[in-house]
Write a protein that binds this ligand. Structure first.
Ligand SMILES: [Zn+2]
Length: 250
């Protein structure tokens, strides 16, 4: 009877197989919604009946925390949020590493192009890890990096269908929140660039550092709010394929 060690047999088998490794666990890329959220300030109200019967209602702006903008947000006759295409609810996405950019940096085409993937991903997430540096502080708004209009135009021309960010992505948001300058809807040029081309925009992602690779599976499923321009959204991501594609360490 063969008395070979089962561990050795397994090891030998693994050596012959291609170096596929299991997916990493799902990562929650969304900010939890609570009354403690900075700036957005949702309100929770709960009532209690008998038999531990709890019923709650919440009041929150649709642009609270992690949310997705529909084209209707900036295009009068554009698609509203319930029209979010179901084929985009589970897609391949690429994370573009911008973690080297400094606070207040105006992110250019060159900054993005140097780390931009080959191929045609349907979704691009711009990662700065800004929430790790400044979430829950006024610096989150006043000192955030932001992308310039030309960079937005360049990204839009890649034929992506979803764009996401983990930082306040345009200068007008900074100016609005800090009161540095009076701004009007016209000043939100990054919003205009993407939404006028039918590209769905995810704002205020978090935890992109926990993904551990550049190419991910992305789950995005906004509420079906009929005729409205945005929805809070739970966004999940996980490493897409082979671990040897890992391009950064945490
Ligand atoms: Zn929004």
């Amino acid at each position: 009877m063969d008395s070979a060690d089962p561990k050795e047999i397994m090891q030998a088998g693994q050596e012959k197989r291609p170096a596929l490794r299991p997916h990493k666990p799902w990562v929650d890329l969304s900010i939890p919604i609570s009354e403690e959220m900075p700036r957005w300030k949702p309100r929770f109200e709960s009532k209690y009946g008998g038999f531990a019967h709890k019923t709650s209602s919440i009041t929150l702006a649709l642009h609270t925390g992690t949310h997705i903008d529909a084209p209707l947000h900036y295009v009068a006759d554009g698609p509203s949020i319930e029209m979010f295409p179901l084929e985009l609810a589970f897609v391949e996405a690429w994370v573009v590493d911008l973690t080297d950019v400094a606070p207040n940096h105006r992110i250019t085409v060159d900054d993005i192009a140097v780390n931009f993937p080959e191929g045609e991903p349907e979704a691009i997430l711009l990662r700065t890890d800004w929430p790790r540096q400044a979430f829950n502080t006024s610096r989150f708004w006043s000192d955030s990096p932001f992308i310039c209009e030309e960079a937005a135009e360049w990204l839009a021309s890649r034929e992506i269908r979803i764009i996401g960010y983990d930082f306040p992505q345009e200068e007008a948001i900074k100016q609005l929140v800090t009161g540095q300058k009076r701004v009007s809807a016209r000043d939100f040029t990054v919003h205009h660039v993407f939404l006028s081309r039918g590209i769905w925009q995810i704002e205020y992602l978090t935890n992109l550092n926990q993904l551990g690779c550049q190419r991910i599976q992305l789950v995005v499923s906004p509420l079906s709010l009929v005729g409205l321009e945005a929805s809070p959204v739970r966004v999940l991501g996980r490493c897409y394929k082979r671990m040897e594609e890992t391009v950064w360490s945490e």
